[in-house]
Write a protein that binds this ligand. Structure first.
Ligand code: PAF
Length: 284
C-alpha cells in the first residue's frame, strides 16, 4: 500500500489505471476509521481492481464553533487498518493541496440539502459536495462507496453525480451498528460512559417507529411522536430534529404510503449524533 499526499500524483496514477480500463473503487473518509468505513472498503475491494481510500478532515464542511479542531485523528492506526483491508492507495492530502490560497469554487446541491442537517449545519453540504467533487476528479473512480448512516449526504452525492453527469456510480452501503444497536461513528468517542448508554435511545426510537409502521400506523406525526417519547426519556439527549421523509427526494411526509425514511439528529451531551432507517408500512 502506498500513501500519496500530492494531488497531481494521485491523478496521474488514476489516469494510468483508466487508460488500461482497470476499475477504480473509492472510499472517501475523514479518518478515525471504524468498522463502518472498513465495510465500505471491503465492498470496494470486492468490486474493483484498484481501491483508493482518502483521509482528509475537510475544513470546508465544518461551521464556526463546530469540531474541526478537535475532530479525532490517528493516521498511523488508520493506515494500518486500510492496509489490512488490502487497499492499494491511501490518499492523504494536506489542506493547502486541496485548497490553495486562491481557491474560490464551490459545488452546491440546492434542494435535498435544504432541511434536516442542512438546516442546522448551513455550510456542511456545500463543503461535502465541493470536496467530494475534487476527490472524484483526482481519484477518477468508477465506483464510490458511502454509508447510509449519513443518509442525506448519500442522497446529496447521488444527486450531484446525476446532475453534473459525473462518470461514476455511487454505491450506498448499510449502516454498521455496534452489537447494542448504536450506529458506528467517529464521534462516538466523545461520549462519556453515561452518554454512550443514553445514545442508544436513537436506535430504540428507530425500532419503535419501524414496529409501529409495520403494525399499520401511517400518520407521520404519530410515528415521530413515538420516537420523541423514547428520546425525551433520556436526560442527556436533546432532539435537534426527527423527520419522516421520502427516501429519495427527502421531502417531509405527512403520512406513510409504502416506504419512508425516519431521519434524526440528537444531541447527547455535547455530541450531535445522527441516525436513520427505512420505514415500511405493514398491514394492520
Ligand atoms: O462522510 C464523511 O466522512 C465526509 O463527509 C466525506 C464524505 C469524506 C467528505 O469529507
Amino acid at each position: 500500500m502506498i500513501v500519496i499526499d500530492e494531488s497531481g500524483r494521485m491523478q496521474r496514477m488514476a489516469e494510468q489505471w483508466r487508460i488500461k480500463n482497470e476499475t477504480i473503487g473509492f472510499v472517501p473518509t475523514m479518518g478515525y476509521l471504524h468498522e463502518g468505513h472498513l465495510e465500505l472498503m471491503r465492498q470496494g475491494k470486492k468490486d474493483c481492481r484498484h481501491l483508493v481510500v482518502s483521509i482528509f478532515v475537510n475544513p470546508k464542511q465544518f461551521g464556526e464553533g463546530e469540531d474541526f479542531g478537535t475532530y479525532p485523528r490517528d493516521f498511523d492506526r488508520d493506515s494500518r487498518l486500510v492496509e489490512e483491508v488490502g487497499a492499494e492507495v491511501v490518499f492523504y492530502p494536506t489542506i493547502s493541496q486541496l485548497y490553495p490560497p486562491d481557491f474560490q469554487t464551490y459545488v452546491e446541491v440546492t434542494e435535498v440539502t435544504k432541511g434536516l442537517c442542512g438546516a442546522s449545519r448551513p455550510v456542511f453540504f456545500r463543503g461535502v459536495a465541493t470536496v467530494v467533487t475534487k476527490l472524484f476528479n483526482l481519484v477518477k473512480p468508477h465506483f464510490a462507496y458511502f454509508g447510509e448512516k449519513d443518509y442525506q449526504q448519500l442522497i446529496t452525492i447521488k444527486r450531484m453525480v446525476a446532475d453534473l453527469d459525473m462518470d461514476l456510480e455511487v454505491i450506498g452501503c448499510p449502516t454498521v451498528r455496534e452489537k447494542d444497536g448504536l450506529a458506528m461513528s467517529s464521534r462516538n468517542v466523545y461520549l462519556s460512559v453515561e452518554g454512550r448508554k443514553a445514545a442508544l435511545c436513537l436506535y430504540r426510537a428507530l425500532c419503535s417507529v419501524q414496529k409501529a409502521a409495520a403494525g399499520g400506523e401511517t400518520d407521520a406525526e404519530k410515528l415521530i411522536n413515538a420516537a420523541r417519547e423514547i428520546i425525551n426519556k433520556e436526560p442527556p439527549a436533546r432532539i435537534d430534529y426527527i423527520k419522516l421523509c421520502h427516501p429519495s427526494t427527502l421531502k417531509e411526509l405527512d403520512h406513510l404510503e409504502q416506504e419512508g425514511r425516519l431521519i434524526m439528529a440528537v444531541w447527547v451531551e455535547n455530541t450531535r449524533l445522527i441516525d436513520n432507517g427505512r420505514i415500511l408500512l405493514g398491514d394492520r
